[in-house]
Ligand binder design. Structure first.
Ligand code: ZN
Length: 288
């Protein structure tokens, strides 16, 4: 048995990030903050971008959301999240298509260039069928996305979510799916939490970049072990994900966009959010 080297060729890691010009936060990361507070605190902490979760927009019109973000000089990176195309019934699948068109409209209205897709899964639908339904769903909303000039980013989810959340579980599958659409408005959102364990990761990041499909890059850490598989994501540096190595691959693949911190954590949501944002900023500089 031979040992596979960690990388092909020289292992030269990317330099540490020296500023927060590419730092983006997902509103879910600071879930206890109302959107108005979140935007103000992000801007005051030197955060440059924001990915808006639909839940965070409740109680605001899309115009208010856009104005709030613009007034604080933040850049809208994405709207989270669309997808969930898989359903045992044609009516359910049509409802998902209609809902995704509304999400695309919302994204356009707040100035988000991208909708992140959690593609969907259903315990009654076999995974290969689910994947076919996902491609069908994406193709059905694609003309709407093109007309609105909003891109769609397929986010592969860790296989532990293949029951209810996504039948797309590796970066390879996400790349294959994005390429199957044969359209420049469909790409991939790569999240280290879901894909860090994958032996094909370096290769698939490279492949994603080579086809111009790498649209978003999400970071956090995998705690050892997580106390909850959904709501105990770690702050960067707190777990076992080789974050600097992965950023090196991502940047070697040509990605120069925002680095999005997306952390679901009951632990951090219970803490003071303004100190938490400072901790995120520091962890970003020290570990990403
Ligand atoms: Zn993500």
């Amino acid at each position: 048995m031979s040992v596979t080297p960690l990388t092909n060729g020289a292992t030269v890691l990317a330099e540490p990030l020296v500023d927060t010009k590419r730092l983006c936060l997902h509103t879910i990361t600071t879930k206890p903050l109302d959107l108005r507070e979140a935007v103000a605190q992000y801007a005051a902490s030197g955060v440059a971008g924001i990915s808006v979760w639909r839940e965070a927009m409740e109680g605001y019109t899309t115009t208010e959301v856009r104005t709030l973000i613009d007034d604080h000089g933040l850049h809208v990176v994405s709207l989270v999240r669309g997808g969930f195309f898989v359903d045992p019934t044609p009516e359910g699948r049509q409802a998902a298509i209609d809902e995704n068109k509304r999400i695309i409209d919302q994204a356009a209205a707040i100035g988000a260039p991208l909708v992140v897709l959690v593609c969907g899964a259903h315990p009654e639908v076999p995974l290969p069928v689910a994947r076919a339904q996902i491609l069908e769903g994406i193709m059905a909303v694609l003309p709407h996305a093109v007309a609105a000039d909003v891109k769609l980013a397929i986010e592969p989810l860790h296989p532990m979510y293949a029951d209810m959340r996504s039948a797309v579980n590796t970066l390879e599958q996400a790349n294959d799916l994005a390429l199957a659409t044969n359209h420049s408005h469909v790409g991939v959102a790569f999240d280290v939490y879901h894909c860090w364990w994958d032996p094909q990761l370096e290769h698939e990041i490279k492949r994603c970049g080579a086809h111009d499909k790498l649209l978003a890059y999400h970071v956090c850490d995998w705690k050892v072990p997580p106390s909850d598989l959904l709501l105990d994501r770690g702050l960067m540096g707190e777990g076992c994900i080789p974050l600097r190595q992965i950023r090196t691959w991502v940047e070697d693949a040509g990605f120069e966009g925002y680095i999005e911190v997306e952390i679901f954590s009951n632990n951090y949501w219970a803490q003071d959010q303004s100190s938490y944002i400072q901790a995120i900023r520091q962890a970003y500089l020290d570990h990403v």
